[in-house]
Design a protein around this ligand. Structure first.
Ligand code: NAD
Length: 357
């Protein structure tokens, strides 16, 4: 993206606030972007990344914070959207002092922003942040937190996949259905277990041979080489590794009926590849809807953690997915757009609810 004036960027997607945090002593250079707090405090993780320049960091934090607004809204949570980035090489810059200093900046926002872990931050980092602010989630279970959110995320993806099957095949049973899972990490691994239990025929790809061997044994999955996963003749493709994999090249190869996976930002360009999938007759379960189990899990931590309640709320992803697929079919709009419209409607409706004291 070409460099733009900051206020031009804020107004493009109506961001509320951006906070630049600098501390020479610890080397902290962080940006907190708060996109929208109509539904509640902005919640989103803190990413540490070695950006090439400041414009790239600003662009990333603005894009990610907006994504969180949609994810929270579509999931029925009373949360807004926000995100933070810390600029630098995670292996070199992360110290107790830097994370605690960042925690003080979070504290200064008095709960308007709630942070959590993200790429290159860990539960341990959040423990340091928590020494300076209570506005942090994603803490270990030993500290009253929700622990690893990935089983709940996988359960939500599974629910989204079953709803998509109901829409496409008329039954939500995945028994005997062929499912290809790209990325057998934390979420992909748990997803495989749900699918295996139900009797799906599984295909897997990953760059980690050890994990592939493990799941080939544990759930009897067939290992597929890298790029071959896109062209498999399967019922469902579940991207659980990387974003932007639904591009021109890969969509041309796809033979699946449904795409339902955990990876964030699967559509390389949503306005091009959302319609492209629709035109090809492939049902795409919107990623920000069906991978919201992780956010549901940390939201539960924010209001008082209970894992059963987190699973129950993640189960609701089934109903919302079905509703969105129906809207998409009736209104002839691509599924990601239908989901975004529904999220925007909820924000707009709730802003009116809040218009009286
Ligand atoms: P993870 O790091 O545990 O697993 C990712 C897996 O993908 C790893 O096994 C990795 O080896 C594999 N991988 C990397 N590059 C690959 C490639 N080119 N081809 C095939 N496999 C490749 O991460 P995770 O927590 O399981 O998350 C998976 C995806 O879901 C990510 O995109 C993440 O942003 C998204 N997500 C995760 C959660 C959560 O609760 N963990 C919540 C929402 C979204």
């Amino acid at each position: 993206m070409a460099e733009q004036e900051i206020f031009t960027q804020l107004s493009t997607y109506d961001h509320e606030q951006i906070v630049f945090c600098n501390d020479n002593a610890t080397g902290l250079k962080a940006i907190i972007a708060i996109h929208n707090t109509v539904l509640g405090p902005g919640l989103g993780g803190t990413r540490v990344w070695n950006y090439n320049n400041e414009a790239e960091a600003i662009n990333d934090v603005m894009r990610l914070s907006r994504g969180m607004t949609y994810k929270a809204a579509i999931s029925g949570l009373n949360l807004g959207g926000a995100k933070a980035v810390i600029i630098g090489d995670a292996s070199k810059i992360k110290t107790e002092a830097l994370m605690r200093k960042f925690g003080r900046f979070v504290e200064n926002l008095h709960g308007k922003y709630i942070t959590a872990e993200d790429v290159n931050t860990t539960t341990k980092d959040m423990e340091y942040v928590n020494m300076e602010t209570k506005h942090v989630v994603g803490l270990p279970e030993s500290m009253g937190g929700g622990g690893d959110p990935s089983p709940v995320t996988a359960y939500g993806v599974y629910m989204g996949m079953k709803a998509s099957a109901k829409h496409v095949f008329g039954t939500d049973s995945l028994a005997g259905k062929k499912v290809a899972v790209q990325g057998v990490g934390k979420v992909g691994g748990h997803l495989l277990e749900f699918l295996h239990k139900e009797g799906a025929e599984l295909f897997i790809s990953d760059i980690n041979q050890e994990m592939l061997n493990h799941y080939a044994g544990a759930v009897g999955a067939t290992i597929v080489k890298g790029e071959d996963i896109y062209g498999l003749d399967v019922d469902v493709f579940a991207p659980c590794a990387l974003g932007a994999i639904l591009n021109d090249e890969h969509i041309a190869k796809l033979k699946c009926s449904i795409i339902a996976g955990a990876a964030n930002n699967q559509l390389a360009d949503e306005t091009i590849h959302g319609p492209a999938l629709m035109n090809k007759g492939i049902t795409y379960a919107p990623d920000f809807l069906i991978n919201a189990g992780g956010l549901i899990n940390v939201y539960q931590e924010h209001i008082g953690y209970n894992r059963e309640t987190a699973y129950r709320k993640a189960e609701h992803i089934y109903d919302v997915t079905l509703e969105i697929l129906k809207i998409s079919a009736t209104e002839k709009i691509y599924t990601q757009k239908a989901a975004m419209n529904l999220a925007e409607k909820r924000i707009s409706d709730m802003s009116r609810v809040k218009s009286t004291y």
